[in-house]
Design a protein around this ligand. Structure first.
Ligand code: IPM
Ligand code: MG
Length: 370
């Protein structure tokens, strides 16, 4: 269907392919029942691109991604590539996309669906009704800052190092997104670093404090050390509204938050850049937080729901289709009432596979649309 919604589809490796194929069925449904069309292109990324081109992301795929309104991403990496040079491992393709598209704001919402309260390893009262947002800085810190490398010390030993550096503007721009998000939610922002140990953390706290004093009306800002935050996330996660943190801490804390929701297979994400001055839309990529799950890849068993929820975020943040986004989210919750993939299986539910779960969501969309 012709449309001005240009979407670059990058399924990647492992279960990325299976959950993306499932996502296409949701897209087909919206085309048929809501006349919502997308101009879809598909490309290779990760190991899939390396096998064909010897690089996990070609310049052409990068250019197509930059030219699109949104990138819909699956997952990258499998142990098959453990031996390939570090610069061309599958993950490097994902990191290059994030960096070159300047997708500095990574939104990772962790919501416990009412139907999934029992799937969490935590007590129901700790997680029921949970709705928090982890905002992870995605283009700086120890993932990208220089110097980084492995040096030969000449005595038969080596030294490996990464730099966790942040500049004032880098902290300010993620801090602004954090305050905007908090304003649209419960108005509470927790800034997370290790200012007790790290210089980057000291600056992070100073800049967040100054930014909040200057622009933080309507937002209550608090600060927390990252180790304490990890502990608080499993002790009493509902104390949080929005957590803003750096690239590495955000990577760790979002996996932790994912598990509160029952499974890594449930957590979507949006990675956004600066809004375009003409369209007002940011460059954007949407990807499930789970990886390529090599252990179950190719078996049709993967939970496709984080992919669907990432797609719903795309509808909401890139295409202003809040109704359709809500429809997908509601259908996911409805489908979970009876059907479960193995990762979130519970007594009384019917265990199903990727196709079965997808069909349950499509059936729920049919029922909701009536
Ligand atoms: C994530 C992943 C990635 C990261 C990997 C696949 C490079 O763990 O998106 O959280 O570390 O950022
Ligand atoms: Mg991660």
């Amino acid at each position: 269907m012709a449309s001005n919604r240009k979407v670059m589809v990058l399924p990647g490796d492992g279960i990325g392919n299976e959950v993306m194929q499932a996502n296409m069925k949701i897209i087909d449904w919206l085309a048929k029942h809501r006349s919502l069309g997308f101009d879809l292109s598909e490309g290779l990324v990760g190991g899939a691109a390396y096998d064909v081109h010897g690089t996990p992301l070609t310049d052409e795929t990068l250019a197509d991604s930059i030219a699109s309104d949104a990138v819909l991403f699956g997952a990258v990496g499998t142990p098959k590539y453990d031996g390939v040079p570090f610069e061309v491992r599958p993950e490097a393709g994902l990191l290059r996309l994030r960096k070159e598209m300047d997708l500095f704001a990574n939104l990772r919402p962790a919501m416990v669906f009412p139907t999934l309260v029992d799937a969490s390893t935590l007590k129901p009262e700790v997680v029921s009704g949970l709705d928090i947002m982890i905002l992870r800085e995605l283009c700086g810190g120890s993932y990208f800052a220089e110097p980084r490398g492995i040096d030969d010390l000449g005595d038969g030993t080596k030294r490996g190092y990464d730099t966790n550096a942040y500049t004032t503007p880098e902290i300010e721009r993620i801090g602004r997104v954090g305050m905007e998000l908090a304003r649209k939610r419960d108005g509470r922002l927790t800034s997370v670093e290790k200012a007790n140990v790290m210089h980057s953390g000291v600056l992070w706290r100073q800049v967040m404090t100054a930014l909040h004093a200057a622009e933080g009306e309507g937002v209550a800002l608090s600060h927390m050390y990252a180790d304490n935050c990890a502990m608080q996330l499993v002790r009493n996660p509902k104390q949080f509204d929005v957590i803003v943190t750096d690239n590495l801490f955000g990577d760790l804390l979002s996996d932790c938050a994912a598990m509160l929701t029952g499974s890594l297979g449930m957590l979507p994400s949006a990675s956004l850049g600066t809004p375009d001055p003409e369209t007002g839309l940011p460059k954007a990529m949407y990807e499930p937080v789970h990886g390529s799950a090599p252990d179950i890849a190719g078996k049709g068993l993967a939970n496709p729901l984080a992919q669907f929820l990432s797609f719903a975020m795309m509808l909401r943040y890139s295409f202003d289709q809040a109704d359709e986004a809500g429809l997908v989210e509601k259908a996911v919750n409805m489908a979970l009432e009876s059907k479960r993939t193995g990762d979130i299986m519970a007594p009384g539910c019917e265990q199903t596979d990727t196709d079965g779960m997808t069909k349950a969501v499509l059936d729920a969309m049919d029922r909701l649309a009536r």
